[in-house]
Design a protein around this ligand. Structure first.
Ligand code: SF4
Length: 761
């Protein structure tokens, strides 16, 4: 069980005790750092990239008196188009967050860390790592992170160790979508929003899972008369911009799509020429959807049959400048047992509309290939020969799961079974973001070596043997990367401020760690040398890229189907040979979610979850500015359908208890007509419990706490909405306890705001 009594004071005991290796205490360190910046840095504007979410938008950071006083979107960048979301604005001020890690830390007791030098950290980690390699071999080591340009270093480090167990977060995010689309179209397309006449979003919510350029493009399309239809159990913030919101019963999107296919084919509204030229297995699919009438789907989805029929006809009228968005996490990224097949159905309905790689439809973004280091001068480690421990991409295990991402929710199981002995985490916080918190915590504690590279003392950092503090994104240089799109671009992150305290960029940490382990021959290059090598084939100079932040490269996108798709038949696969060969249903037939809230239980709900525009999972939860918005608008509350709430005697703002066999928590209720009655909704990113996080700790509850570890067999995603909970009004005692904890969290937030203000004076 998690020891909730660990105090921040205990966590930092080594810091305040000032061991011999500590060179800079926390808060004075920040003040000194700021004074040094003011003395040495002139005013300037630095083009770089935001790190608030996976978009990594191009931004321009304005530095005045050594202070990041303004950030704007780089107008040239495809993802930001000159805009920055709330996170982008707030996060530059995180340099002043007093919770930040500023010194390598070593665990010296159950809940105690002491500061050590980088040299000591590297030497001790290397000793332990070499011992583990000697005793168990490289397969006992895993690395888990969020995909970043830094991945080049992480991949190289793990390959140098000989371990294949590079893991990232997509099975808890979007592999259902990826595997479904790759099986059907050979690649993942994106919507040509600004040129579309008809946009359908299923579970996609760009106003809260924000990509600024998509919002700009949707607005442009709406101004030109495009219709926007949002399919979501929740009236999300994108639905507010839509012509129509379809409040689908959660987990039944596949039935809606099959009924749309039924209407398009049955009424001969589909693009027969496209299907004939580019499709494979259409006859089998057409036969299969004959039974999926709008009336049948209405029973399942709770969307009226006439609405289903009308929208199918409207989409057909708009074709080919129409698309159903490939979406992201919601609906079919990692939610339900039927998600991978739902993704196949989305791809297929788009094909019926003839909108694949068409203006205003779905387009295959153009990419550009980065160069690499000269292997003669900079030897690359051989590809690990061992099979992946988690079975991703392996016959007999998860043959269609994407090996490049792995299956992160298997990490606890692989630790429990003795396969994993050592782990590295970077820019990911599995103790908070994986399903089944207690199991994850217990497993991570069993590791012989856990190294966490982070900016904050996250929940995972609290379990580490060594915590290595990373500089924030505006304090570090990064690797050049390509942004695919209608016009591919190359972008680069660069340092705008000197690092706080004794922090380092992760690419330097990986290099120095490899040297300590005795693998420095694979890291005999500087970041600048790597960036020059990557840019060489693109004809872009590093100097010019640093000056502009983003530049166009390669050929622009062109309309029209490619000669061959990357599917077994090289065509759009209505009937998937890849699925069939792997033992899965080759046609997307109706299959319900694997769980259902019992209809006769008034307290039973499906728990669904999603993004809010101001947070990115747990990574932004300790930002006082963003959490201030949460506090002001009560964004941590549980959404509950008004009719269901009335029946349970629950009013807006009441404390409710949410529980199932995996977790229990109290939270206030947000009563709304804007939610399907079958479900309750929680925002992800709350429920922080690290003693080191003053702002994040104790705010709200996390949907992860009610999930069991699960693997959908096709793409190995975590089925994160196959979760049934009981919701009831809290007792007076429960409410008063929860109220007191919420009050404590608010008081800590106020203290941090004051501390940050003091530091900026
Ligand atoms: S969408 Fe917002 S948080 Fe994400 S990279 Fe862009 S500005 Fe940053």
């Amino acid at each position: 069980m998690l020891n909730h009594s660990i105090s921040r004071r205990a966590f930092l005991k080594g810091v305040t005790a000032m061991g011999a290796g500590l060179t800079m205490p926390r808060l004075p360190g920040l003040a000194e750092w700021r004074a040094a910046r003011i003395a040495t840095r002139p005013d300037r504007i630095v083009p770089t990239t935001c790190d608030g979410c996976g978009n990594r938008c191009g931004i321009l950071v304005y530095i005045k008196d050594g202070y990041p006083w303004r950030v704007v979107g780089n107008p040239a960048h495809a993802k930001s188009k000159g805009k920055v979301c709330a996170r982008g604005h707030a996060l530059v001020r995180e340099v002043f967050n007093p919770d930040r890690l500023s010194q390598p830390l070593k665990r010296v007791g159950e809940d105690r860390f002491e500061p050590i030098s980088w040299e000591q950290a590297y030497a001790e980690i290397a000793d332990r790592l070499n011992a583990i390699l000697h005793s168990y071999g490289p397969g006992a080591i895993f690395w888990v992170d969020h995909p970043k340009p830094f991945k080049y270093y992480a991949d190289r480090f793990m390959a140098a160790l000989g371990s294949p167990n590079m893991t990232s977060h997509p099975t808890t995010c979007y592999t259902g979508r990826d595997v479904g689309f790759i099986a059907t179209l050979g690649a993942l397309p994106s919507g040509d929003y600004s040129e579309s006449r008809y946009i359908v979003l299923i579970g996609r919510n760009p106003a809260e899972g924000v990509t600024p350029a998509i919002l700009v493009a949707i607005t442009a399309a709406r101004d030109k008369g495009a219709k926007l239809v949002v399919v979501d159990p929740r009236l999300n913030n994108t639905a507010i911009m839509a012509n129509e919101w379809l409040a689908v019963r959660p987990g039944t999107d596949l039935a809606l799509l099959l009924a749309w296919a039924h209407v398009l084919i049955g009424e001969n509204l589909y693009d027969a020429d496209f299907v004939t030229r580019y499709g494979e297995g259409f006859a089998e699919f057409a036969q299969a959807v004959q039974e999926y009438t709008p009336e049948w789907a209405a029973e399942i989805t709770t969307i009226p049959a006439e609405t289903i029929r009308r929208i199918a006809r409207e989409m057909a009228t708009a074709r080919p400048r129409v698309f159903i968005d490939p979406s992201w996490h919601g609906a079919f990224g990692a939610h339900y047992a039927n998600s991978s097949q739902t993704a196949r159905a989305v791809a297929i309905v788009n094909a019926l509309l003839g909108s694949i790689n068409r203006v205003g439809g779905l387009i295959f973004p153009k990419d550009a290939k980065l160069g690499d280091l000269d292997p003669g001068q900079h030897p690359a480690p051989p590809k690990p020969e061992l099979p992946r421990a988690d079975g991703a991409g392996l016959a007999g295990q998860f043959p269609l799961a994407l090996a490049k991402f792995g299956i992160p929710q298997r990490i606890p199981e692989l630790i429990e079974s003795g396969v994993y002995k050592a782990g590295f985490t970077y820019h990911l916080n599995p103790a908070r973001t994986l399903p089944d918190r207690e199991r994850t915590l217990a497993a991570l504690r069993k590791l012989e070596l856990l190294v966490v590279i982070d900016i904050y003392p996250s929940e995972t950092a609290m379990l580490a043997h060594y915590v290595l503090p990373e500089s924030m994104y505006i304090e570090r240089d990064g690797g050049a990367e390509v942004v695919p799109g209608k016009q591919p671009q190359v972008v680069i992150r660069q340092q705008a401020l000197p690092p706080v305290g004794n922090t380092r960029r992760a690419s330097l940490i990986a290099t120095e760690l490899a040297q300590a382990v005795g693998l420095g021959n694979y890291f005999n290059f500087s970041l600048e040398e790597l960036n020059r090598a990557r840019l060489a084939p693109l004809g872009v100079s590093l100097e010019e890229l640093k000056q502009k932040g983003v530049m166009p490269v390669g050929d622009p996108w062109q309309e029209g189907m490619p000669a061959d798709l990357a599917t077994p038949s090289k065509k759009v696969e209505f009937f998937s040979k890849r699925f069939q060969e792997a033992g899965f249903e080759p046609l997307p037939l109706w299959r319900p979610p694997r769980t259902q809230p019992p209809a006769d239980d008034p307290q039973a709900f499906r728990l669904i979850h999603g993004h809010q525009a101001i947070h990115t999972h747990s990574t932004t939860a300790d930002c006082a500015y963003l959490m201030g918005i949460t506090h002001r608008y009560h964004l941590e509350r549980l959404w509950l359908n008004a009719g269901r709430a009335r029946a349970l005697g629950i009013q807006d703002g009441d404390w409710v208890v949410v529980e199932n066999e995996h977790g229990k928590g109290a939270v206030q209720a947000h009563i709304t007509e804007g939610l399907h009655p079958d479900c309750v909704w929680l925002a992800s990113g709350y429920g922080g419990f690290s003693a080191g996080l003053q702002v994040a700790r104790g705010v709200g509850i996390s949907p992860n706490d009610f999930m069991v570890v699960a693997y959908e067999p096709i793409s190995a995603h975590a089925m994160m909405a196959e979760v049934i909970v009981q919701v009831r009004k809290a007792t007076l005692a429960e409410a008063s306890l929860a109220q007191r904890a919420a009050g404590d969290a608010m008081a800590r937030w106020q203290e941090v705001v004051k501390a940050e203000r003091r530091m900026r004076r």
